[in-house]
Unconditional design. Structure first.
Length: 301
């Protein structure tokens, strides 16, 4: 009798734990990003929140690296949104042959959609960020997102919420004398996703911007923080001295030994090493960067 009861219980358990095609979940479009945001931005705390800004900023810097942008403006708005504007080529607005949607909507709603994968069709020789993932991830994790593109004499706009388009891509003709071009992404992080208060730290973002400005000597980046009491913080970052000036800045307040400078350049891969020895450090530089991204690496002096 006991054996029969145990057998029945096991059978019920097996039915309850049945594993068929009906149990396999398929997350559409960007739903997977919202389900597991930590896979893409590291966390849903302050680190992940600030990573959203870095992803959009890196896209703008890629335009500068490609030789098309000279200015980037980052604004921390008083409604806890962030906008990043560049004067590059602007995200393409024509219809993508594969998705049959505008290129703007394609890169904002599909993973691994972008012009940074290399090969003969790539628009970039060097790129940072998540290579076709960053912009769509920011869109997926934002309560609202607005994209504005200026190119070919027109201004294009589209609004999104949590990764889905709310409007179609609209366009207006710019005045004949206007030479405006570039892209602007403004986003409001989703309170449903982040476990921290939606507050952006000026110094955290400033540190990354300063680093990028040193590494791109022909680029000017501004950072503005709007305050509700009408006060505004505003910094401009432009370092014509590039890496040499960066090393000098890193060595502020340090006693330096005679300068040592090495520079390596090749046609297919550009490598720069600028070293300056100080009495307090046994390594020339305690961190390195690859495609503008910090790496966990150092080399002996």
């Amino acid at each position: 009798m006991a054996s029969t009861a145990a057998s029945d219980a096991m059978q019920e358990k097996r039915v309850a734990g049945e594993y068929t095609a009906a149990n396999v979940q398929v997350l559409e479009a960007l739903d997977g990003v919202r389900k597991r945001p930590g896979m893409y931005i590291g966390s849903t705390g302050p680190r992940g929140l600030h990573h959203l800004v870095v992803e959009i900023l890196d896209n703008a810097v890629d335009e500068a690296q490609a030789g098309y942008a000279t200015e980037i403006n980052v604004v921390l708005h008083d409604d806890n949104s962030v906008s990043v504007t560049d004067n590059g080529r602007g995200i393409p607005t024509d219809i993508h042959p594969q998705t049959k949607k505008s290129c703007v909507e394609t890169v904002l709603t599909l993973m691994h959609a972008g012009g940074k994968f290399g090969g003969s069709t790539s628009s970039y020789s060097v790129a940072g960020g998540l290579h076709g993932v960053g912009l769509s991830v920011v869109n997926a994790l934002s309560e609202a997102l607005e994209v504005t593109v200026c190119r070919d004499g027109k201004e294009y706009r589209q609004h999104y919420s949590r990764g889905k388009p709310l409007t179609t891509l609209s366009s207006t003709t710019l005045p004949d004398e206007s030479s405006r071009q570039g892209s602007c992404i403004r986003f409001w992080p989703d309170k449903e996703i982040f476990t921290t208060a939606i507050e952006f730290d000026f110094s955290t973002i400033s540190s990354r911007i300063r680093e990028l400005a040193f590494l791109n000597p022909e680029l000017t980046i501004t950072l503005t923080k709007e305050e509700q009491d009408a006060q505004v913080q505003h910094n401009e970052y432009c370092y014509a001295g590039g890496l040499v000036e960066y090393v000098a800045w890193l060595n502020t307040d340090k006693v330096c030994l005679p300068q040592h400078l090495e520079l390596y350049v090749s046609c297919c891969l550009s490598l720069s090493r600028v070293s300056r020895y100080t009495k307090s450090c046994i390594y020339a530089i305690s961190f390195t960067l690859a495609t503008l991204l910090p790496t966990v690496c150092s080399w002996p002096s």
